[in-house]
Design a protein around this ligand. Structure first.
Ligand code: ADP
Length: 156
């Protein structure tokens, strides 16, 4: 069984992230969405809630697992026998940092391969940071996030 991890902050989980999960399942048998909490980032939603929301989005899909991890991603992967990472690439400046991360992870864990899926064009400009910005000013983000996330944000 080919397992892949999709690590990220997902603050909040967007339709762009959901698209990557669904497309990765065309290649892999099981995906673990791995929620991290980088200490340098100011977060809108706590990790427990981010995990719960993503679980709700994929409640009907047994191939999607959701977990959180605050250590090194490679340590989680080794512990769980996962040898692949999937990440999304938007044409808005993701490449340099993604290349750096993938190269560093590879040097920390030789077996690991990072697979990149190019963003679907309707999600090119969807980013968690813009959604946080719009939401903080009371704007409508329903076009950019799954229904469960939108409902949570509206009530927050
Ligand atoms: P991180 O803080 O680790 O970058 P994010 O939650 O911002 O976490 O993103 C996780 C991954 O999803 C990254 O690889 C990012 O490039 C990708 N991603 C984010 N938004 C989109 C999108 N709209 N379409 C495709 N991939 C995306």
């Amino acid at each position: 069984m080919k397992k892949v991890a999709y690590p990220g902050t997902f603050d909040p989980f967007t339709n762009g992230h959901k698209d990557i999960v669904e497309r990765a399942l065309g290649i892999f048998d099981e995906i673990t969405v791995l929620v991290s909490t980088p200490p340098q980032k100011k977060l809108m939603i706590d990790a427990t809630k981010r995990v719960e929301l993503i679980q709700e989005v994929f409640a009907n899909n047994k191939k999607v697992r959701v977990d959180s991890w605050d250590g090194l991603t490679v340590d989680y992967l080794k512990k769980n026998n996962i040898e692949y990472i999937v990440r999304g690439l938007r044409p808005t400046g993701d490449f340099d940092i993604e290349f750096q991360l993938a190269s560093m992870n590879k040097s920390l864990y030789e077996k690991l391969e990072t697979v990149f899926l190019t963003a679907t064009n309707k999600y090119y400009y969807t980013s968690s940071s813009l959604i946080r910005e719009i939401h903080s000013h009371g704007g409508d983000v329903s076009s950019y996030v799954p229904e469960v996330v939108n409902r949570y944000l509206k009530n927050k």
